[in-house]
Ligand binder design. Structure first.
Ligand code: BGP
Length: 478
């Protein structure tokens, strides 16, 4: 029988992260997270990471879209669209406000009990990311985040607490959001959000520090997987990476080699998490550079024992690299080789739009890992205009339709095992990269601007009805 559509039980839904929509940053005993000390930036202006919360600064995550108090209304709208699942994160600081607390915070645990119950009421499966850019700021300050082996224990304790509490409500988990993003080790934002390393601390300003922190993170992830399976063997626990296909700018052999080298430098995190060991190219690279990360034999055993069940990934864009910028063996920072790809368009934020790259990604990840895949983020950040008769976001529909068309080809023509699709920011929320509200992804509009003004009223965009139809037809009607 020829397959014509997505599989039965396909997890259609949407994705968010606690810090980008919940607000209520000090309610219910919540502690300060690294996201809570990030100011609003702007297009191409990075967010500032302040040393604690400074009164008078604009910290958009503090109130966000106040999902903490609006979640019933919002989940009702997701149910109206036909969601089968809803991906969110558990804010680490609601459960362990300081990260190193003895006991968890009951009010925080209760909030997610209520939230998951509300989802399940409508038959919506919660899909949960444990750590989505929300490390307790106390762990960052006191322990240098994942720069310290102790943070492994803090994370595992948090994970186990969540697994035990929600074992009958949540089946799908991911340990760290976009764990591979820290390969951009000169980027303040990505280092702080991924591993809690602040680049203004001298010891953190280098690639060696990134490899060390990333190692502790993959160990923490593996330990969490191991413990999770003991708590509920039916759990599906995945990794989550920001997968970006790397294209050579031309067919010049040096460009092709550079693209491959760059892929190795960016995408090894999931190799370790799926295979249970480091790829030889990473071992060789670390050796050649003279880095001496603390990797014990015991760690290597843990990595083998705690491999993930699936690969969740975000897909927004592809990248082209040119050896005119840097020779393959001289590549110091993966960011430095990137050039503009003349064959694709770009968004208002200069993110290259490449639907075919999604089919490529699905095939590449399948060939590399032979595990089910889950597209847990995809979408177009755009400025929306509210008109008298609604929000006509045909550009968003067009983006999603083109990507889903390619995903469908990967499933139907190429045999990729795809579990589900949760477009990013299914309801408008604070952009992670810019801290702005005006970079919107949602099917549901939220009345709030970059200065924090607005009624918070929710309204359905045209894409809401389009996605409802897509889900209803299980992707047959795009
Ligand atoms: C991913 C993150 C999300 C998210 C998304 C869009 O990297 O996992 O948290 O926000 O990108 O990015 P931005 O919000 O910067 O547009």
């Amino acid at each position: 029988m020829t397959k014509t559509e997505f599989k039965k039980g396909f997890l259609w839904g949407g994705a968010v992260a606690a810090h980008q929509l919940e607000g209520a940053w000090q309610e219910g005993g919540k502690g300060v997270s690294v996201a809570d000390v990030m100011t609003a930036g702007a297009n191409k202006v990075p967010r500032e990471i302040t040393d604690g919360v400074i009164p008078g600064k604009n910290y958009p995550n503090h109130s966000a879209i106040d999902f903490y108090h609006h979640y019933k209304e919002d989940i009702k709208l997701f149910a109206e669209m036909g969601f089968k699942c809803f991906r969110t994160s558990i804010a680490w600081t609601r459960i362990f406000p300081n990260g190193d607390d003895e006991t968890p915070n009951e009010a925080g645990l209760k909030f997610y009990d209520d939230l998951f119950d509300e989802c399940l009421k409508y038959g919506i499966e919660p899909v949960v990311t444990l750590s989505h850019f929300e490390m307790p700021f106390n762990l960052v300050k006191k322990y240098n985040g994942f720069g310290n082996r102790k943070t492994i224990d803090f994370f595992v304790k948090f994970a186990v607490t969540c697994f035990k509490r929600y074992k009958d409500k949540v089946k799908y988990w991911m340990t760290f959001n976009e764990i591979d993003n820290q390969s951009s080790f000169n980027n303040d934002f990505l280092m702080a959000t991924n591993s809690g390393l602040l680049l203004d601390k001298d010891g953190n300003k280098n690639e060696a520090a990134m490899y060390q922190a990333a190692h502790y993170e993959v160990v923490a992830s593996a330990l969490a997987v191991k413990e999770g399976k003991k708590i509920n063997p039916d759990f599906m626990i995945g990794t989550m990476i920001a997968f970006t296909p790397i294209y050579p700018a031309t067919s010049k052999p040096a460009d092709v080699l550079l693209a491959q080298r760059m892929d190795q430098r960016r995408n090894w995190f999931s190799d370790v998490q799926v295979w249970g060991y480091y790829p030889s190219n990473v071992e060789a690279y670390i050796e050649r550079k003279g880095y001496r990360p603390d990797i014990t034999e015991e760690d290597r055993v843990v990595l083998k024992e705690g491999t993930v069940d699936y690969v969740g990934f975000s897909y927004y864009q592809s990248m082209a690299v040119s050896s005119d910028k840097v020779a393959p063996d001289d590549l110091a920072d993966p960011e430095e080789a990137i050039v503009r790809n003349q064959f694709v368009e770009a968004s208002d934020w200069d993110w290259e739009i490449d639907p075919v790259g999604l089919r490529y990604a699905l095939n590449e990840l399948t060939d590399r890992y032979h595990v089910p895949l889950f597209i847990v983020e995809n979408g177009l950040g755009a400025y929306d205009k509210v008109e008298a008769d609604g929000i006509h976001d045909d550009y968003r529909i067009d983006y999603l339709r083109r990507h889903l068309t390619e995903a469908k080809k990967a499933v139907v023509l190429d045999g990729v095992d795809l579990m589900g699709y949760t477009p990013w920011g299914c309801i408008d929320l604070v952009s992670a990269g810019t801290g702005q509200m005006s970079k919107r992804y949602g099917f549901i509009y939220v009345d709030k601007d970059d200065e924090g003004n607005g009624t918070l009223e929710r309204s359905r965009k045209d894409s809401f009805y389009w996605y409802q139809k897509v889900i209803k037809s299980n992707g047959a009607d795009l």
